[in-house]
Design a protein around this ligand. Structure first.
Ligand SMILES: [Zn+2]
Length: 307
């Protein structure tokens, strides 16, 4: 009896002493935004709609996600039409007034970045092109600080009582990011001028920041799966000869890349396109360091002739 009373009391004390931020519910469309928000508000509750093993363009608005969106104090997504196939349905079904378009509770990272390759005109013949530009901005060493700063401001607006803490964490994040960026800059010296075969534009911001070429794409058009005719055409692409390796993301079908490996003997690199659950790739700086390290070792292995 005494024991059970203690248990009840302990639970009650535990509840009372929980920090207020534990009541703050974050809905992240992609894991990179959950990781970034966690750096600013580590005590919040997180629901992440997609994982590094999924293609963020296409997911289902399943009931558990609708329920999580219904509870969200903030929804943090990429924007620039990346989630156009599922986010509007999710927002509408959840019916949470806090996180509707135009409200402070809906944050789009792409609104705070300068997107590459915007289009004035898009039509279906171009494939799945986003008119706003390439939305896969989360691996951009230069754009992330702008997004993180805007996110810190937005979180501070939603929880003014914690805005000083959030801003202090943003500064810590920024200092850490800048020191990583210096190291990536060093690696870029070795990588500059090399090129990689890609599949979609998921790594493009990072590759172009590193001075690495990526003109040969396994996709015939953005968002369209590699076709046999497109792959055989690639064999005559002069860019293919120059490419050091074939780079694809963990969620992508490996078969097209493996076919090209057989034809060309080039190495294949399969890397997470976004943060994973495990260290060191569970945060964006760690993930970029992994990608840069793997790119570097792929070019040294190739020049050593060890493959
Ligand atoms: Zn895309």
């Amino acid at each position: 009896m005494r024991h059970s009373r203690c248990v009840i009391l302990c639970v009650l004390i535990g509840l009372v002493s929980l920090p207020a931020r534990a009541d703050f519910h974050v809905f992240a469309c992609e894991p990179e935004w959950a990781a970034l928000t966690r750096a600013l508000m580590p005590d919040a509750h997180f629901t992440t709609a997609t994982s590094y093993l999924q293609d963020p363009h296409y997911i289902e608005a399943r009931p558990s996600l609708i329920a999580a969106m219904g509870r969200a104090d903030i929804a943090i997504c990429t924007g620039a039409s990346l989630e156009a196939g599922w986010l509007p349905t999710l927002l509408q079904r959840a019916g949470n007034a806090q996180v509707q378009p135009g409200r402070t509770g809906l944050f789009f990272a792409a609104d705070h970045a300068q997107l590459h390759a915007p289009h004035d005109h898009v039509d279906r013949s171009m494939g799945d092109v986003h008119p706003e530009g390439n939305p896969h901005v989360h691996l951009s060493p230069d754009q992330l600080p702008k997004i993180a700063e805007a996110l810190a401001k937005r979180l501070g607006e939603l929880r003014p009582e914690h805005s000083a803490d959030i801003f202090a964490r943003y500064i810590t994040w920024r200092v850490n990011w800048n020191s990583h960026r210096e190291r990536w800059r060093e690696s870029a010296k070795a990588l500059e001028g090399h090129s990689f075969v890609i599949q979609h534009t998921g790594f493009s911001y990072l590759l172009s920041w590193l001075g690495v070429g990526s003109t040969v794409d396994l996709e015939p058009k953005p968002g369209l799966p590699p076709s046999a005719s497109h792959l055989s055409q690639l064999l005559t692409d002069p860019g293919l000869d120059k490419a050091s390796a074939i780079l694809i993301a963990s969620h992508q079908d490996r078969k097209p890349a493996e076919w090209l490996v057989k034809q060309t003997n080039k190495p294949i690199l399969v890397l997470p396109g976004t943060v994973t659950d495990d260290s060191p790739n569970d945060n964006l700086a760690g993930l970029i360091s992994t990608i840069v390290g793997r790119l570097e070792s792929s070019i040294t292995e190739v020049s050593d002739g060890s493959l």
